[in-house]
Design a protein around this ligand. Structure first.
Ligand code: SF4
Length: 290
């Protein structure tokens, strides 16, 4: 079974996917990766803590009071995530307190949005506590892991917004956001999550979103049959790439290669040839009958 991230990696650079998944080469963690991990883990805590937070609102309160409660909780969650990842943060030469201050505006913004939605909801429907939680939509499922033997695909979905019978996958992304729409790899990634949801929950998914956290942009992808077929075709291409012992060509994109931490190994033909031969003979030995 292949992972959804392999699909976007394939679109980014087939050779890199091959180096990582077939030859076992890997990138050292970079600052951007650690920052992304901290953001993801904080959002995961936020989603998991939502139910308790909503249930704790048992009577009408002022918006300012609700917002302060959200901010306190989210700040605590960010602090907890920073402490948990302290060694990795220091390992990429970042200061934990600097990273805290970098991520803080993002989660403060999220606290503002969610507390406003909740305030509007209970002010309008006059429900609180358990009833408020039961009636509140959407509910958010976080870090949902789905394996689909039917598709030969597996993935962990950052968020699924559930509106009654409707399921909407959401992918959280840090980094630059395109002028319009989403980056090609992100489009395939959320479309693949939509297929996993359709297979697992037996629901049609009509749309998916990529949330670009740094720019606070939420971009929509509409699902259709062409996109579904594109994902299925890509799954076959990735399977084929990973099952062959043929090194794909270079990406042909100088910018990508410049930023790639595997470039030294990638450009060393003799090293890669030897690695490939070793891998091949090991696999053949394992497969050979005793
Ligand atoms: S150096 Fe370029 S071709 Fe090689 S793996 Fe990295 S991005 Fe791909």
């Amino acid at each position: 079974m292949i992972s959804v991230t392999s699909l976007s990696s394939y679109l980014y650079c087939q050779r890199k996917l091959f180096l990582e998944r077939v030859l076992g080469l890997f990138e050292l963690p970079k600052a951007a990766l650690i920052k992304g991990t901290v953001r993801h883990e904080t959002y995961d805590l936020i989603n998991k803590g939502e139910e308790a937070l909503v249930r704790s609102i048992t009577k009408l309160i002022l918006f300012e009071e609700l917002n302060a409660k959200y901010r306190r909780e989210y700040d605590r969650m960010l602090r907890e995530t920073i402490i948990k990842n302290k060694q990795q943060i220091i390992g990429v030469e970042l200061l934990p307190e600097d990273l805290f201050m970098q991520v803080l505006p993002l989660i403060r913004n999220e606290a503002g949005t969610r507390s406003k939605q909740l305030f509007d909801f209970f002010s309008k429907h006059n429900v609180f506590g358990e009833e408020l939680w039961q009636k509140l939509t959407p509910k958010i499922l976080s870090e949902q892991k789905i394996d689909s033997p039917n598709l030969g695909l597996k993935g962990i979905i950052d968020q699924i917004e559930v509106y009654g019978e409707e399921y909407v996958p959401i992918e959280l992304k840090t980094g630059k956001c395109p002028k319009e729409g989403v980056w090609p790899g992100h489009r395939i990634q959320v479309a693949a999550y939509a297929l996993l949801i359709e297979d697992f929950f037996k629901k049609d998914v009509k749309e998916a979103f990529v949330n670009y956290l740094d720019s606070q942009e939420r971009r929509q992808i509409l699902m259709n049959q062409f996109l579904r077929l594109e994902v299925v075709g890509l799954i076959d291409k990735v399977k084929s790439l990973l099952s062959r012992y043929e090194l794909p060509g270079l990406s042909g994109n100088e910018n990508k290669c410049c930023m790639c931490s595997l470039k030294d190994k990638c450009f060393d033909d003799a090293y890669l040839k030897k690695l490939l031969e070793d891998k091949k003979s090991k696999t053949l030995n394992i497969r050979a009958p005793t």
